[in-house]
Design a protein around this ligand. Structure first.
Ligand SMILES: [Fe+2]
Length: 280
C-alpha cells in the first residue's frame, strides 16, 4: 500500500509548528511549506509514491482542522482550486459528497474532460462513528492490463464509445451555472498514457435534462465497466488526521456507506473531511 505514517515525535513536533503557522499570513504559510526541510521531505516521498501508485496516504498529520493549512499543504502538489469543500455526512443533502450512501465510481469534475483536476486531496477531520466507509481506488493501468489479456474488444470500446454528460456549472458552488454538455470517451490517450474521466450522475443528468432515454446497450456498457472496477478495486480506510491524495486522471474512486451518530440535542456526529482539487 502507498502509505506513509509520520512517527509520533515527528508528528507532535509538526503539530506544535502548525499551531503557530496557521496564524500566519497566506504568503508566509506558503513560504514555510516551501522552505521547511521536513515538509519538503514529506512532499518528496509522497510525490514518489504518487508517481508509482497514483495515490498515497499520509497518516498522523494534524493540520489543525484548518482549511488554509489544508489548502497550502495540497498546494505542494500543484495549483489548488480556490474553493476547498468542507463535507460532513447528512441525511438530506443536495450535494453528492455528503450523502451517507455508497458513492459510485467517478473522477472529480469529469465534465472538464482532459482538463479535470490532476489530483484530488482529502483530509479527515473526524472519522465515521462506526469506522465503516472504505475508500476505493481503481488504477486504470490495472484495468488496461486486465482487458489486454481478457477482453481487447471492450478496451477498444472504452477508448472509442462516446458518452454524453450534462452539468450546470462545473462545481456545486459555482455562481455561474451555465449549461455544459459534452460527449467524450471513458478512456483516452494522452502523452502516451491511457487516462480516465467518468461521472455517472452527469451522464444521467444528460438524459434527464434532454428528456431522452438512455439505450439499453449504453446501460450494459457502463454496467460492465462498473463491474470490472469493483473486481479490480483496492480499498483503504481513512482515519482521523489522514491526508489522502489521488491522481484523478489515472484512477477512479468510490466510497462505501457512512454511518451517523445522533446526539441528544438532535445534532449528528459524522465523518467530516476537507476536499481539494489540484489543477496543473
Ligand atoms: Fe470524488
Amino acid at each position: 500500500m502507498a502509505i506513509i505514517r509520520l512517527e509520533n515525535e515527528f508528528s507532535s513536533n509538526l503539530t506544535t509548528k502548525f499551531s503557530k503557522v496557521k496564524m500566519y499570513h497566506s504568503s508566509d504559510i506558503i513560504n514555510f511549506f516551501n522552505t521547511s526541510q521536513k515538509i519538503q521531505n514529506i512532499y518528496n516521498n509522497i510525490q514518489k509514491l504518487l508517481d508509482k501508485k497514483y495515490y498515497a496516504v499520509l497518516k498522523n498529520i494534524d493540520l489543525q482542522n484548518d482549511k488554509t493549512l489544508f489548502y497550502h499543504f495540497s498546494g505542494l502538489f500543484g495549483k489548488v482550486y480556490p474553493e476547498i469543500d468542507y463535507t460532513d455526512i447528512k441525511i438530506d443533502c443536495p450535494y453528492t459528497g455528503c450523502v451517507s450512501g455508497y458513492l459510485i465510481w467517478h473522477t472529480d469534475d469529469a465534465i472538464l474532460g482532459n482538463k479535470q483536476p490532476i489530483y484530488s486531496t482529502i483530509y479527515v477531520i473526524e472519522e465515521d462513528p462506526l469506522k465503516l466507509p472504505q475508500n476505493g481506488i481503481l488504477d486504470i493501468d490495472d484495468l488496461v492490463y486486465y482487458l489486454e489479456i481478457h477482453d481487447k474488444d471492450f478496451l477498444d470500446e472504452l477508448l472509442t464509445r462516446k458518452l454524453p454528460m450534462f452539468s450546470k456549472g462545473v462545481h456545486y458552488y459555482d455562481n455561474e451555472k451555465e449549461d455544459i454538455t459534452i460527449k467524450q470517451t471513458l478512456l483516452y490517450e494522452e502523452d502516451n498514457e491511457i487516462k480516465v474521466r467518468f461521472d455517472l450522475h452527469r451522464i444521467k443528468a444528460y438524459y434527464f435534462s434532454k428528456e431522452l432515454i438512455q439505450s439499453n446497450e449504453e446501460k450494459k456498457f457502463i454496467n460492465k465497466f462498473l463491474t470490472l472496477a469493483d473486481k479490480l478495486k483496492k480499498t483503504i480506510y481513512l482515519e482521523k488526521h489522514d491526508f489522502f491524495i489521488v491522481n484523478n486522471r489515472k484512477t477512479l474512486h468510490d466510497r462505501g456507506e457512512c454511518s451517523l451518530e445522533l446526539n441528544e440535542d438532535g445534532s449528528f456526529n459524522t465523518r467530516e473531511i476537507f476536499v481539494g482539487f489540484v489543477l496543473e
